[in-house]
Write a protein that binds this ligand. Structure first.
Ligand code: PAZ
Length: 329
């Protein structure tokens, strides 16, 4: 008979799984950041981005990973900043980040932007480096925005690696951000593992081969959105993402999530169309779930006509509008 994985309640999870060592320090930086944003009366959005790992050993050599380059999160963060929000960018270490994402090592390597200018023959001067003229305008634009965000102090970057880091950090940051009430938005674009290996089931050292196939039974990660909405975020505007590969499941699973967790909105995306098509799934009555029906609206862009267009621009524009209405409710 198949043994079903154990499901932890969120409470049991946090009682049994240890916090990452950096969480206290991160909370302190979030507090300082929020104080500054409140003084400037800025709305704040928490953007989660990138995939979580599930380590198989305590001295981790092997881990499972969730698909996500961090493009959705990093790109959206830039548009939120442009719309006047302050951003807490909580991302998987080494995944894409706002601004530097334009020069990712694989798609647009930084070194390819530069050229070496040799000094005239006979000169003892050292060679200098400059930006290739055709790349200058774009780099200058990105750099200017990056520097102005740094100067204004409107972005705070936090890291996670494992699903355990993510859960602890998400809880801690959400609890801090809840001081803003409705003015806070939670934009949960990270790809979070549904299964994990509790600490007490993990091997201390590298799992050895030589004994045939490896069987691992994982437990289910608690559905963190439920306490997040009911206990941690105090009426914040909570947007989750739903990724599916089977089109038939996309909208029903998004509706299911809204029903179960009671948050504001689900953005549903299919793996291979996520760059040009997403669905906003929501209840027709935000505040009265008994009177509510589900509705959906699609955001689509035409990448053939406009290859430079980023769907996140339209997603964020729509969310900013809806968040404003939410605050005024
Ligand atoms: O990071 P990325 O741009 O490669 O992918 C974004 C995404 C598909 C991970 C995101 O849009 C998403 O759907 N996140 C939630 C995934 C989930 O259902 O757990």
């Amino acid at each position: 008979m198949e043994t079903l994985p154990t499901t932890f309640s969120a409470e049991a999870y946090f009682e049994t799984q240890p916090p990452p060592p950096t969480v206290e320090q991160d909370v302190q930086s979030v507090r300082n950041f929020l104080r500054q944003q409140q003084e400037n009366r800025r709305k704040v959005v928490l953007v989660t981005s990138g995939g979580t790992t599930v380590p198989l050993e305590l001295n981790v050599v092997r881990f499972l990973d969730n698909f996500s380059a961090g493009t959705r999160g990093a790109t959206s963060a830039e548009y939120f900043l442009k719309a006047g929000y302050a951003v807490i960018f909580m991302h998987r270490q080494f995944s894409l980040q706002p601004f530097s994402r334009h020069y990712s090592h694989s798609t647009n390597p930084f070194l390819d932007l530069l050229e070496i200018n040799e000094p005239p023959e006979g000169s003892t001067a050292a060679p200098s480096i400059s930006v290739i003229p055709s790349k200058r305008d774009h780099l200058l634009e990105v750099l200017k925005t990056y520097k102005s965000v740094q100067k204004a102090g409107t972005m705070l970057t936090l890291n996670f690696v494992s699903v355990n880091d993510y859960l602890w950090l998400l809880r801690a940051v959400s609890q801090e951000l809840s001081v803003l009430g409705k003015e806070a938005m939670y934009y949960l674009a990270a790809a979070v593992s549904d299964f994990f290996l509790p600490r007490e089931k993990m091997s201390i050292h590298k799992i050895q081969s030589g004994k045939g196939s490896l069987h691992i039974e994982m437990d289910e990660v608690p559905k963190i959105l439920k306490p997040m909405v009911a206990e941690w975020t105090r009426k914040g505007f909570v947007v989750s993402f739903k990724l599916e590969t089977d089109d038939k499941l996309l909208i029903p699973k998004a509706q299911d999530a809204l029903e179960k967790y009671g948050h504001t909105l689900v953005i549903a995306n299919a793996l291979h169309r996520r760059k040009f098509e997403v669905a906003f799934v929501y209840r027709t009555h935000y505040t009265d779930s008994s009177a509510s029906q589900f509705a959906e609206s699609w955001v689509r862009i035409d990448l053939e006509k406009n290859p430079e267009k980023e769907i996140e621009e339209d997603i964020v524009e729509e969310l900013v509008k809806r968040h404003k209405q939410w605050v005024e409710l």
